[in-house]
Design a protein around this ligand. Sequence first.
Ligand code: SP5
Ligand code: ZN
Length: 334
Amino acid sequence: MPVVWSDRCLLHDPAAEIWVGVPGPAAETPARARAILDALDARPVDAESHSDEALLAVHEEALLTYLAGAWQEWDAADLPQEQVVPYVFAHRELGARREPAAVWAKPGWFAYDTMTLVGPGTWEAARAAADAALTAVDLVTGGEPVAYACTRPPGHHVTHAAFGGSCYLNNAAIAAAALSEAGPVAVLDLDAHHGNGTQEIFRGRDDVRTGSVHVDPGAGWFPHFLGFADESDDSNLNVPLTPGTGDGPWLEAVAELVGWARGAAGLVVALGVDAAAGDPESPLEVSGAAFREAGRLLGTLALPTVVVQEGGYDLHNLGGLVRETLLGLEEGRS
Ligand code: SP5
Ligand code: ZN
């Protein structure tokens, strides 16, 4: 299957993420993409640039405008922190109605955590990842059964107007909106963390249904505020799992998501592989063999399928996990 990629995705290189107030090493690094591309051993298709129209189908224009210029205006303000990071947040109880004036207050209007820093190449990389997702959609609408976009930075935590969770633009949502022009779409999210951005973007829309299997936010895991089973409705299905969950129950959840997608005319897979045992960012314990089986289950839908990369942080296993899933997807279709 075609692997879509842009070298510009390497330009986002956050040296650190700030967690509990302290900068630590970033988990979402350019090395992740290199590890995936090495394991796939494919000659990638270059992402083609697309207009902002496809992004505006899911994101507020103010978010795009802000992200496009955030680092430059921050840099010009000569602040003690090199990268853009919030220090105040537009908490719902404030009843705030407008973007603040200060360069150092603006991140708190658009960002919802301190782990998602904006540096000199962040926008270019995020924009290139969205282009990769849209190029994969073009390939699939042009007749390819499946296309994989090696999107980095990832996207599924970004809502209509707010970014976080190491994500800046919701690549899966952008792909789903584009693919939905050809008929109803299901987005199935296997990342270990709940796809809260995608859920929020498509909430109540009957042309795109969303489903996510992830570690239970109620057990203390990111995105903390969302991903509970009781958020499920006619257009959304959440399957939260207990920390430590392994292959059997995880695959049952994947099968449930696959059943939920039946009837759609197109599929977007938000493929995070951080549910794998050994991943430093999640307590799920899924094996490589189970990722292959998950791929097979998804493949049985036999739908035009766009796969976009989300998380996965164990550099030694990351590429192999993606490869297993994609091989499973091809096996399931045949
Ligand atoms: C795309 C994706 O997988 N985003 C997930 C971001 C979740 N990050 C949560 C980080 C929580 C704190 N990690 C601290 C590690 C300290 N060693
Ligand atoms: Zn994740």
